[in-house]
Write a protein that binds this ligand. Structure first.
Ligand SMILES: Cc1ncc(COP(=O)(O)O)c(/C=N/[C@@H]2CCCCNC2=O)c1O
Length: 440
């Protein structure tokens, strides 16, 4: 059969490796404009996923189109390794200007959140001569060996954690199995026994735990953690890959927690959909040695031109404040659904990083089965919206829409989520419908 007779999804199944798929619906794309994805066949679908976060300016934003077109037409090389290029150096200057920090600092560019965290792990171990790390159960820092090794997401249990990593519980106010004080006491005990603090290079922190379930930490917890680490010379690395760059309602999500990180990791939205990440950190770390963390096309002029357009647009369109405003409308709308649907146990997040924790029982807060979560997403797709799920029990609807989401689109999204829940409760989606979308 020639491919012209096959759907895009059928062709995808024939050529794209399963190891690289995380599919939540049959949605197959031929385009995207504004905050809408264009499905094969032309249907427009409201994007509440941001393509797992990077599309913070939506699709086809004029600022990105113009910057990329200009840069690719007159391309200043294809690598930052060998030659400085104007877009990369300008973006680094802008990143240093917007990222709080003291002293001499430098920027490393990568292609993804994974390689940026991977680089941070390696250079911190080398520069501090300390080989232990602290991270969290539920954390997701990447899918390369180094970044996986300091992650604690259940989707990565096929890979052993890095030797010497301490994974702490991330306190969840909705399911307080471990309080903030419990976790701090556990860390103190680790320091006294099996994890000498002077052997710890750094702690990796998500200021809002995304893939682990859209968890906003208890007030003061991360600050308390930072103060403990500071006492032992342990570097503070904040992973802003998914919730940074205005999404949380502030430019940096760590600002909600009063953190003063040594290193900040950017990704996803930085490139506005083009592959781009960055690590910002002190020179004594980032200048550890030449040719230490090389990726040939990292910092290329096209992706970094897109990054420059993203930062300029976040500022010119005041997207951090807009995320706070639209996020509140969206969150309030979802919370209002909770009055009608017992299944909505908690609605949480910051700005336009929003999670809906689905429960089978409001009293026990037992998560719903993953099939229920998957059915709501599948039905949402049928009704015209794209969103995903996260959480260690696959029971948290995740919303990471473009920061350009309008108030009307937020209301439209809430209506679709409500109708999806209604229809799933009415049995309109079968287990068979979602069987191939139960991926993590
Ligand atoms: C806080 C945080 N840090 C780093 C990463 C890794 O970023 P890349 O997937 O760009 O390598 C991620 C990626 N998160 C996953 C990517 C896999 C699919 C599921 N959804 C995510 O957002 C992240 O959330």
């Amino acid at each position: 059969m020639n491919t012209s007779e096959l759907s895009l999804r059928e062709r995808d199944a024939r050529v794209i490796a399963e190891i690289g798929r995380l599919r939540f619906s049959p949605l197959s794309l031929v385009g995207g404009r504004g905050n809408r994805l264009i499905e094969e066949g032309g249907r427009e679908v409201l994007d509440l996923s941001g393509s797992a976060g990077p599309a913070i300016l939506g699709y086809g934003h004029p600022a990105i189109v113009e910057a990329v077109e200009r840069s690719v037409r007159d391309m200043a090389g294809a690598s930052l390794l060998l030659y400085p290029n104007e877009p990369a150096v300008s973006l680094a200057e802008e990143l240093l200007a917007i990222t709080p920090g003291e002293g001499e600092r430098r920027v490393w560019f990568g292609h993804s959140g994974s390689d940026a965290n991977d680089c941070a792990v390696r250079v911190l171990q080398a520069a501090t001569r300390r080989s232990r790390f602290i991270s969290f159960i539920g954390s997701y820092h990447g899918n390369l060996s180094g970044s996986m090794g300091i992650s604690g997401h259940t989707a990565m249990t096929h890979t052993l954690p890095r030797p010497g990593v301490v994974l702490l519980p991330y306190p969840d106010p909705f399911r307080p199995q471990f309080s903030a004080d419990d976790v701090l006491a556990l860390l103190d005990y680790q320091f006294e026994t099996t994890c000498p603090p002077d052997q710890v290079a750094a702690i990796f922190i998500e200021p809002l735990m995304s893939d682990g379930g859209l968890i906003v930490p208890p007030p003061g917890f991360l600050f308390g953690l930072q103060e403990r680490c500071r006492r032992h010379g342990i570097k503070i690395v904040v992973d802003e890959v998914k919730v940074g760059l205005g999404r949380s309602g502030l430019m940096h999500c760590f600002q909600h927690e009063g953190l003063t990180p040594d290193l900040v990791v950017f990704g996803k939205g930085l490139g506005g959909g083009l592959p781009l990440s960055a690590v910002v950190g002190p020179s004594e770390i980032m200048d550890h040695a030449p040719a230490f963390a090389l990726l040939t096309t990292a910092g290329n002029p096209v992706a970094t031109a897109a990054g420059g357009a993203v930062l300029k647009t976040i500022a010119s369109e005041n997207l951090a404040a807009r995320s706070a405003r639209t996020g509140k409308l969206f969150t309030d709308g979802l919370r209002a659904l909770g009055a009608k649907y017992e299944m909505i146990g908690d609605v949480r997040g910051r700005g336009l990083a929003v999670g809906v924790d689905l429960v089978a029982d409001r009293q026990t807060r037992e998560p719903v089965p993953a099939t229920t979560t998957a059915k709501i997403i599948y039905r949402g797709y049928q009704l015209g919206a794209a969103f995903t799920y996260v959480g260690l029990k696959a029971n948290v609807l995740e919303f990471m829409p473009p920061l350009t989401l309008s108030e009307d689109e937020a209301a439209e999204g809430v209506a679709i989520v409500g109708q999806s829940i209604e229809d799933v409760l009415a049995g309109k989606v079968s287990d068979k419908d979602v069987a191939s979308f139960m991926m993590w």
